[in-house]
Structures are given as structure tokens and as C-alpha cells.
Design a protein around this ligand. Structure first.
Ligand code: GLC
Length: 533
């Protein structure tokens, strides 16, 4: 049976502003110059978070022009060259599409603000005389006031007005946008906050307005999962299918219960949606197994594809998540939200390596976040005045926000900017400051070290290529006790992850294919994953 490439793909998420410079910030030329890193890693595709013209009120998720390249990153020609050069290396390019909201600088929103209440210009957005009780995902009310007193809806920052998806201009704008990037050779789209575009008519109040930044509430609010979305994504699928080759749509949908994800899957609408539920998982076999089971069953039942995610630009890095008291992962306290936690980086690194091998052996597709292949920890100590994430101020500084996982990558050298050219004013450093002590984590240092996390990822992806059955398919759980997660995949492939505090006996095997850390004879040490034949 011929299966679409994206069902098994390992996709690497590039946050262009922090991937490779450039200057204080990354650029598309910087990314092109570092494509060798991605080819060496062995990924099938890259997903680029927004690089469109934007005032960067939310790191580019405030898009002022959907069909352009922000000059800080380069030009459309640079984008074309990127697609061509990546393609020559066998790497597809997926781009982000941000359809829930735009930038307050988008020409249509400027026109709306300049036009009077009740005008056609305001119809493209959600203007009302009175706000309801919705809370912004970044904290504070989801409504801001125009100078004439009307309110406009923004589920995120005030600089990100929500579109009115019942307006034909909005539908047409995004159809044009899809075609614009498809014409430039993209292999698909990651759809930002894909479940929120339509709001229930009448905009009813929510029962319990509130904000939980680390675990966004998910499910049945009047601004999520409205039935019109299914039809919209069917129409998008038709557009994608009009182009040769198979192209994907992968939706950002935070869900807790499978019932909220299921309607989107397996039909003629969305190709894929992420499962983010491994990210808030404490380091515990049962917690991981519950998510994997639920998601895998959902994928099999629906015929859909649900890529596994351990990190992205919105969530603290896994080395840090796994390196803190795991009760705090289960129940984040105010101190955790402020980053005031003790981190055992060595422990977090061991577990992150074990988690990576687990992720890469699960059936289906996997998304890797830039820097996770280097085992970077969250940078918790960014000074308040350098923080950029709007969540920091909108939560009254009760949550340090997402900057700590967005720090520019360390490429080489012993000190910042670690080979990320610092531009004309080196004293300023990179746009988000890098911490001291990352010398051993640079790409150059890890390339020279066969025991490095980078070397582990490379070997894992090479094994995955050598065993296509490790992609899409099935898994069979093995019961080896409460601390061990173990499954078999064809042909003759077994994975065991030891979540427990002590070493455990390995099941019988012919050979060890790969291990996330040193084995102890026939024992699998704590916080270690092994791939066996
Ligand atoms: C998504 C993005 C996040 C952004 C938000 C608003 O959750 O991943 O970075 O802030 O949407 O666009």
C-alpha cells in the first residue's frame, strides 16, 4: 500500500529568528547555509514558524502580510532558494499558516480601525459594543477597545485581532495564501490554533474564564472546535490536492480528550494533527503509556495521522522539564511559572535522550524542535528587560513566558554568540541572550563527540531510515513491570524505556541497535531507552 510520506516523516521545526544568523537574529540565508546540519541529522522535512512581514508582537504570529518575507529574514527569492536547496538534499519545506488572527498592522485591520462602527471594514473582524468574559490565551481580557469605544476580539495579544471567519473576504484571503506558498513549492502547512477560527454565534460567555499557561484548557469552549471548521479544512484539502505530490496539513490543536480531536481526523479534511500531551507528562511510564495508547488508538480508529511532539517553541525544553521535581510537572506552582526551580540538568539530559529514542520508535510521524537534538536546557535566567514573549507582561509577570526555549542556537565556540554572528553591535549579543556554559552543547563540539546527544539523534534517524517499519504502523505492548515501557514493532524490533529509579533486566534479544546511555551488562539503567533486535 502506498502511504503518504508525511505519515512517517521526521520533521524538524525551525524557529527562523533563532536558527542561524545573519546578525543578532537568524535569516533565511543563515538557514540555507546550515542545511547541512539538517541533512546530517537525516530529517525528512523542516517546518518553518512564521517569517512573514510582522511587527513581532508575538514572534511573527502577528502576520501583517501573509504572502511575503519579512526583510529581517530576507526576500521571496531567498525563500525560493531555500526550497530548492533543501529539496536537493531530500528535505521538504512546510510553512506555518496563521488563520485565527492577523497583526494589528495588517492593512485590513488598519482600515477597520479607521472605519466607523458597523462599517463593512469592521465586518472582517469581531467588533462588538460590549465585550464578553473571554480571557486571552496570553492573560488579561480577550477584548481591547478601539478609539471610538467599540471592542475587538483577540484570543491572543491585543496586537493580534481575530478574523471573522464567516466573512467571504477572509476565506478568500487564506485560499490565496495557500496557493501562494504552494506555487512556491511548499510540502504543506502547519495550521496555527487550528481549532479556534470560528466562534459560536452570539459569542456566549464561558463558564469559567481562566488561564493555565502551561496546560491550555482544551475542548468545548464557544471558540473551539466549531462544526464549520470541518468544511473549511475539506476545502483546503481540495486546494492542496490540486497540486502534484502529497502535501500535508498539520494542525495545532491542544486537546485533552480524544473526542475533541477525532472529528478532524481520517476524512477528507486535515491530514494530521499534533498530539501535545506528552509534553506535560511527568517522567513516569504510566503517564507516557496512557497518552501513547490513547493517541495510537485514535490514529488507528480514524485512519488519521497524529505526529508525536516532545518540544516546540511554546513549551519549556524537555531537559528542564525532566530535570525538575516531577510533582512540579504534574502540578506547576507559581515558582515553576516564574522559572524559579532547581534543575538537575544531567538527570534531565539522560531522560530527554531516553524520551527521544522513545519518540522516534513510536508509530507515525515525529516533530523535533530545533535545539532538542543538542539537548539544550531552557534558558531560565533571561533578564526581565530582555524578555519578548507578550505572555510575560500580559500575565503581570506571573509567568516568565516562552523565551527560554527560543534562544538562538549555539553553533561553535566557548561563549555567546556561539558562532551565531552577533551583527554590528556584538556587545548586544543575540536578540535573546544566550547563557554562558553552552560551549559543550554547540553543534561543533557535539559533532566531535560520538557520545553527544547530536550523535544519538543522528544514529536514531539513520536506524529509522534503515527500518522503514519504524514509521507508520502498529505496536504491541510488552508487560515488563510498572517502571518499564516496552513495545515490539515489526520486524523483530523491541523498545524498552526504564522510567524507574533502578536498573532492570533486559528482555532477551539478538542485538542492541541503539541505547540512549551506557548499558550495564544485561541491565538497563534508570532513565535509559534501548532499541533491541
Ligand atoms: C500558537 C503558536 C504560538 C502563538 C499562538 C498565537 O499557539 O504556536 O507561538 O503565540 O499560536 O498565534
Amino acid at each position: 500500500m502506498s502511504r503518504e510520506w508525511w505519515r512517517s516523516a521526521v520533521v524538524y521545526q525551525v524557529y527562523p529568528r533563532s536558527f542561524a544568523g545573519g546578525g543578532r537574529e537568524g535569516t533565511l540565508a543563515g538557514l540555507r547555509a546550515r542545511l547541512g546540519h539538517l541533512a546530517g541529522l537525516g530529517v525528512d522535512a523542516v517546518w518553518l514558524t512564521p517569517f512573514y512581514p510582522s511587527p513581532l508582537a508575538d514572534g511573527g504570529y502577528d502576520v501583517a502580510d501573509h504572502c511575503g518575507v519579512d526583510p529581517r529574514y530576507g526576500t521571496l527569492d531567498d525563500f525560493g532558494a531555500l526550497v530548492a536547496e533543501a529539496g536537493a538534499l531530500g528535505i521538504r519545506v512546510i510553512v506555518d499558516i496563521v488563520p485565527n488572527h492577523c497583526s494589528a498592522e495588517h492593512p485590513w485591520f488598519r482600515q477597520a480601525l479607521a472605519a466607523p462602527p458597523g462599517s463593512p471594514e469592521r465586518e472582517r473582524f469581531v467588533f462588538r459594543d460590549r465585550p464578553n468574559n473571554w480571557i486571552s490565551k496570553f492573560g488579561g481580557p480577550a477584548w481591547s477597545q478601539a478609539p471610538d469605544g467599540q471592542w475587538y476580539l483577540h484570543l491572543f495579544d491585543a496586537a493580534q485581532p481575530d478574523w471573522n471567519w464567516r466573512h467571504p473576504d477572509v476565506v478568500a484571503l487564506f485560499e490565496r495564501t495557500l496557493r501562494f506558498w504552494l506555487d512556491r513549492g511548499v510540502a504543506g502547512f502547519r495550521i496555527d490554533v487550528a481549532n479556534m477560527l470560528f466562534k459560536q454565534e452570539g459569542l456566549p460567555d464561558v463558564a469559567a474564564p481562566g488561564l493555565t499557561p502551561l496546560r491550555p484548557e482544551a475542548g468545548a469552549t464557544p471558540y473551539e472546535n466549531q462544526p464549520e471548521l470541518l468544511e473549511l479544512y475539506r476545502s483546503w484539502r481540495k486546494i492542496l490536492d490540486g497540486y502534484p505530490g502529497d502535501r500535508t496539513t498539520v494542525a495545532e490543536i491542544w486537546f485533552d480528550a480524544a473526542e475533541h480531536a477525532e472529528p478532524y481526523l481520517g476524512g477528507d479534511g486535515l491530514a494530521q494533527l499534533f498530539d501535545f500531551r506528552l509534553m506535560p507528562c511527568p517522567w513516569e511510564a504510566a503517564a507516557f503509556r496512557a497518552v501513547i495508547d490513547d493517541s495510537h488508538r485514535l490514529a488507528r480508529r480514524s485512519g488519521g495521522s497524529i505526529p508525536w511532539v516532545l518540544g516546540n517553541h511554546d513549551v519549556p525544553r524537555m531537559v528542564t522539564r525532566f530535570g525538575i521535581d516531577q510533582d512540579l510537572v504534574r502540578q506547576p506552582t507559581a515558582e515553576v511559572l516564574l522559572g524559579q526551580v532547581e534543575v538537575d540538568v544531567a538527570l534531565g539530559t539522560r531522560r530527554a535522550r531516553a524520551a527521544a529514542l522513545l519518540q522516534l520508535a513510536l508509530p507515525g510521524s515525529a516533530y523535533l524542535y530545533q535545539g532538542d537534538e543538542l539537548g539544550l536546557p531552557e534558558h531560565l535566567a533571561i533578564p526581565a528587560e530582555r524578555r519578548q514573549d507578550p505572555m510575560f507582561e500580559r500575565t503581570g509577570r506571573a509567568f516568565i513566558g516562552r523565551d527560554g526555549c527560543r534562544v538562538p542556537l549555539p553553533w561553535s565556540g566557548e561563549a555567546p554568540p556561539y558562532g551565531f554572528p552577533a551583527g554590528d553591535s556584538p556587545e548586544l549579543g543575540t536578540w535573546l541572550p544566550q547563557p554562558p556554559g553552552w560551549g559543550p552543547l554547540t553543534v561543533a563540539a557535539q559533532e566531535a563527540d560520538p557520545g553527544s546527544t547530536l550523535a544519538l539523534y543522528r544514529r536514531a534517524l539513520a536506524e529509522r531510515r534503515a527500518h522503514p517499519a519504524l514509521g507508520d504502523g502498529d505496536l504491541e505492548w510488552l508487560d515488563l513491570g510498572p517502571d518499564l515501557l516496552a513495545f515490539r514493532r515489526e520486524p523483530g524490533f523491541t523498545l524498552v524505556t526504564n522510567f524507574g529509579p533502578g536498573a532492570a533486566e533486559l528482555p532477551s534479544h539478538e542485538a542492541v541497535l541503539l541505547a540512549s546511555g551506557p548499558l550495564d551488562g544485561s541491565l538497563l539503567p534508570a532513565d535509559t531507552t534501548v532499541w533491541l533486535r
